[in-house]
Design a protein around this ligand. Sequence first.
Ligand SMILES: *Cc1c(COP(=O)(O)O)cnc(C)c1O
Length: 376
Amino acid sequence: MTYSNIASDPLLLTPGPLTTSVSVKRAMLHDLGSRDKTFIDLTERIRLRLTSIAQVEDTHVCIPLQGSGTFVVEAMMSTLLAEADKILILANGAYGQRIVKICARHGINHEVLEWPENEPVDPVQVSLHLSENESITHVVVVHCETTTGIINPLQEIADVVAISGRLLLIDSMSAFGAIPLGLASDKFTAVAASSNKCLQGLPGVGFCIVSKSAIQNAQGNSKSLVLDLHDQWKGFELNKQWRFTPPTHVLLGFDQALNEFDAEGGINARHKRYNENCKVLVDGMRSMGFETLLPDAVQAPIIVTFLMPADPNFAFEKFYDELADRGYVIYPGKLTVAETFRMGCIGDLNASQISAAVDCVREVIELMHVKSGAPS
Ligand SMILES: *Cc1c(COP(=O)(O)O)cnc(C)c1O
C-alpha cells in the first residue's frame, strides 16, 4: 500500500481515530517551534475555543495534555482527587471500568456502582447511594459509553450529585462537540475529551476543562509527573507554554478542525449531521434484518452496536475484511452481554457516505449468502 492518494483512504466507521477532512490533514504541513509566538498563540486560541464550546469561559480553564484520551482521563483522576477524597464511579461499560482500573493503580479511594452495558446509569440509584455513603466526595460518569453507544442521563445525574453536595467529573470523550453537556458551570467540576472524536481533529491530544477552584486546590495530588494537570496548568499560567514537547502538528490540525466545527454551525449542526448519519445507518441495517443492541431512546448518534446475525453463513472476520476492501472500516464489539459489532456515525462523514456504506453491507452479505442480518 502506498500513501500517495488521500482520496483512497478508507472511511472510518469507528469510535476513533476518525475520518478527518483533507483541510485538517493539510493544516499539519508546518513545523512550528514550541516556544514560538505563532505556536503559543495557537495553544491559547485552542484552549479558549474549548472552554467556550463547554460554555464555561468564566469559571473553568482548559488544560490540554499530550496523548490519547485515556491519558487525560487518568490525569483528571490523579490530579483532582486528594488522599482524603473518595470517588463513586458510575459504570455501564468498558470506559467506566477503565476508570476503576485507573483508580486502583493510583490508590484513589473509590466505590463502583454498576449497570448492565445495555442500560443507562440510573440517577435515582446514584442519589440513594450518595445519601447512604457519607464518605464519598466525588462522582465520575461516562457521558456516552462508547462500548455500546448508550447515552447516560447527564443532566439528571449532575442534579443529584449537586443536590447531595458532591463534585462531578465527566468522561465526555465520545460526545464532546456533538452532544451538549447541557450543564450550568456550577454543575460540574471537570470534563475530559480529546481532539480526535466529535471535534474531528487528529489523535494526539486530550484536554480537561476544570473549574478554576478545583485546579487551584489540586497541587501535589498527582503521583505522576507527566499526568499532573495542576503542573501542566501552572506551565500555561506561567508563560503560556507546554511543559514537555507538544504535538505541534496535531494542534495545527485541531485548530483547523475547530474552524470547521464553527463553519458547520457548532455543536447543534454537528449533532444534527450525526443524527442523520445514525438514522441512515440504523434504518439501512434494520432493512436487512440487523438489530441494534439498544432501543432508540438511549442510543447516542455516535456509534451503533449491532447484534451478530444468527445466519450460519455470517462470519465477522470475512464481513469485516470485505467491507474494508470496499473502503469501510468497522469495529468489533467488546461486550460481555452479547456477541456484537459496531459501526460509528461520527467524523467527517455525511449521510450519503453512510448510505453508500450500507449498500456495501448489502453487497457483502449477499456475497456471503447471508439471508438476513437477524440475530438468533
Ligand atoms: C475514546 C474514549 C476514551 C479514550 O480512549 P483512547 O483510546 O485513549 O483515546 C475514553 N473514554 C471514552 C468514553 C471514549 O470513547
